[in-house]
Design a protein around this ligand. Structure first.
Ligand SMILES: *Cc1c(COP(=O)(O)O)cnc(C)c1O
Length: 350
């Protein structure tokens, strides 16, 4: 058994897909890049493979696509990051669908018989063509990406630019631009939504109009608890000193596991639904917390993320976004798929 576990609630994931579908009335391209946002692509893709409303998965690069095919994923897999010379063989062999956003990508695909999707840059300043590219009979879809979905005026400008490009094409089976936050625009001419964060139960902003179930629960074990007298320093550089006698616990989870050092002396974790404060600097593999009067002992579990705290909450305290926190979750955290909190284990790391 591992000292830190990330529980993935399969039923909550299903429900989030369903709610996104009911809100947008469009099937979903599920973004599982970066090991499914750090959650574990193996687990997430196996769940989404069974969900009818998910018509495709999207990854950042060819390697990630190949990994999913080797797992046995049969759904369409979009490679968002384009295709470089030398990667085209794997695309064909593993039946991956490249998103083309540069003439060099088109050159790498010359003479190959596969479907492609074309990306347009309507204001992200990252990937995509600025103008209509030569029509290619292999094009099955076009896409664009919102840079600032929380800003309505700019998003509507991007949507309008994309509408003009869409009108240059005939009907296509794939037209998409709405990410998790972008779904609120209910773009009338797109066929799919392309979402990541919301699937995992994290709201892109507090007033998000779609109900999301908490998918993730992150717990770590206490490996030591001891009484320390008043005035005792805690951790590297002694940034905290006990105010009175305190019971100080050590959690087997540090910045190498993904708990950013900037949360030192700031965030609370939860022991049996009671907040316990982080004391002193977070270290590589361990974090100290104040367990005074909680009755917690060695071997007990502390929740970092769960009903009482989301990745978004922690990210806000750390001055970052949930995406960064999640994608920093380390390999040594065990992943367990469960059907509902506290329910039987469905799939476990071997
Ligand atoms: C990551 C990504 C998404 C998903 O964004 P979320 O905010 O997680 O929904 C969609 N489209 C592109 C191009 C992306 O890079």
């Amino acid at each position: 058994m591992s000292r830190a576990v990330l529980f993935i609630d399969r039923d909550a994931l299903y429900e989030n897909v369903k709610n996104l579908y009911l809100f947008s009335k469009k099937p979903i391209i599920a973004v599982v890049k970066a090991d499914a946002y750090g959650v574990g692509a193996t687990y997430v893709a196996n769940i989404l493979e069974q969900v009818e409303e998910v018509s495709a998965l999207a990854v950042a690069c060819v390697e990630e696509g190949v990994e999913l095919r080797r797992l046995g994923i049969k759904k369409k897999i979009l490679v968002l990051g384009g295709v470089l010379k030398g990667e085209e063989r794997a695309l064909v062999e593993y039946k991956l669908t490249p998103v083309v956003s540069h003439v060099e990508h088109l050159k790498a695909l010359e003479g190959l018989n596969l479907h492609i999707q074309v990306k347009y840059d309507t204001g992200m300043g990252r990937l995509g063509f600025l103008e209509d590219v030569a029509q290619d009979s292999r094009v099955e879809g076009i896409l664009s990406h919102l840079s600032s979905p929380l800003e309505e005026d700019f998003s509507l400008l991007q949507i309008e630019r994309f509408r003009k490009i869409v009108s240059l094409y005939g009907s296509l089976p794939y037209i998409h631009m709405e990410s998790s936050a972008g779904v609120v625009y209910r773009v009338p001419f797109t066929t799919h939504i392309r979402v990541g964060l919301a699937l995992y139960g994290e709201k892109p902003f507090p007033a998000y109009p779609i109900e999301l179930k908490r998918v993730l629960r992150l717990r770590a074990r206490i490996i030591s608890v001891k009484k320390l007298p008043a005035g005792f320093p805690i951790s590297y550089s002694r940034t905290y000193t006990t105010e009175g006698p305190a019971e100080v616990g050590v959690i087997a989870f540090g910045y190498a596991d993904g708990l950013m050092k900037s949360l030192s002396n700031k965030a609370y974790l939860y022991y049996k639904d009671k907040p316990v404060r982080i004391l002193g600097n977070i270290t590589m593999d361990m974090t100290m917390v104040d367990l005074t009067n909680t009755g917690a002992g060695v071997g007990d579990w502390v929740d970092l993320v769960g009903e009482l705290q989301s990745f978004s909450d922690l990210a806000k305290l750390a001055g970052t976004i949930p995406y960064e926190l999640m994608t920093n979750l380390s390999k040594r955290i065990e992943r367990r798929v469960v059907c509902g909190i506290g329910c039987e284990i469905l799939q476990e790391n071997s």
